[in-house]
Design a binder for this molecule. Structure first.
Ligand code: SF4
Length: 233
């Protein structure tokens, strides 16, 4: 269990290690953040960034994207994962934002979740990055780290992990938690093999404590092999 004070120290350590770097596909207005986040689902940042650039160079406005052909969107965003489905969703989203919301991306979680291709993570990224609201977006890095640290349980779902992290984070810091944990997850707390020996927050980590205990038990069960010798029969 990580306390509020401990989590604040974890954030301090990570803040001193990482500069705040937002990928270019989520650095502009809420509509572009929304489209960029749909593109980024199951796709690497570099691939998302270039698809995002090609797409908005050709269709810079909500209107132009809403009127674009799906075939053309597909060509521009390929090779992002599931580009055919995403092309369809992006066009639908543009049309809905244009016709139902008068060009404004909803600032409301429930409304965002009604849009095609928008799940909890995408909604939280739009709310936190696009509108500066104190929401923590839980992606695969954030979820893994929260579970390894012992903040969340293995079986916890998206909203459980988000709630537990938000309870530990002062409101003015919630916006940076995703960015810090993503940077940390890419460099050190990797999936599937974290680099625990060089981890600057290992003293707070449940996974590390359990690993250390297991190693001690294994050592005790296997007495020093140097004392064991074998003779050829
Ligand atoms: S000690 Fe290992 S598992 Fe724990 S946070 Fe650090 S890298 Fe991740």
């Amino acid at each position: 269990m990580v306390t509020v004070e401990e989590f604040s120290e974890i954030l301090r350590i990570l803040e001193s290690r990482y500069r705040l770097e937002i990928p270019s596909h989520i650095s502009e207005d809420p509509f572009r953040i929304l489209v960029g986040t749909i593109l980024s689902q199951r796709t690497k940042d570099e691939i998302t960034d270039s698809a995002y650039k090609r797409l908005f160079e050709k269709f810079p406005t909500i209107e132009s994207l809403a009127n674009a052909s799906i075939r053309e969107i597909e060509k521009l965003i390929k090779p992002v994962g599931f580009y055919r489905i995403k092309a369809k969703r992006i066009k639908q989203v543009a049309r809905i934002i244009l016709e139902k919301y008068d060009r404004r991306v909803p600032k409301d979680r429930e409304e965002l979740l009604k849009l095609p291709g928008v799940g909890d993570k995408t909604a939280d990224i739009v709310l936190s990055v696009g509108y500066g609201l104190p929401e923590i977006a839980v992606d695969t890095h954030v979820e893994t780290i929260a579970k390894r640290l012992g903040i969340a349980h293995e079986r916890d779902k998206y909203m459980d992990v988000k709630k537990k992290l938000e309870e530990l984070t002062p409101i003015h810091k919630r916006n940076i938690v995703n960015h810090l944990l993503v940077a940390f997850g890419k460099e050190i707390c990797k999936k599937p093999k974290p680099k625990c020996t060089i981890c600057p927050i290992k003293n707070f980590c449940n996974h590390y404590k359990l690993q250390t205990i297991n190693e001690k038990i294994t050592k005790n069960q296997n007495p020093d092999r140097n004392y064991v010798s074998f003779t050829r029969i």
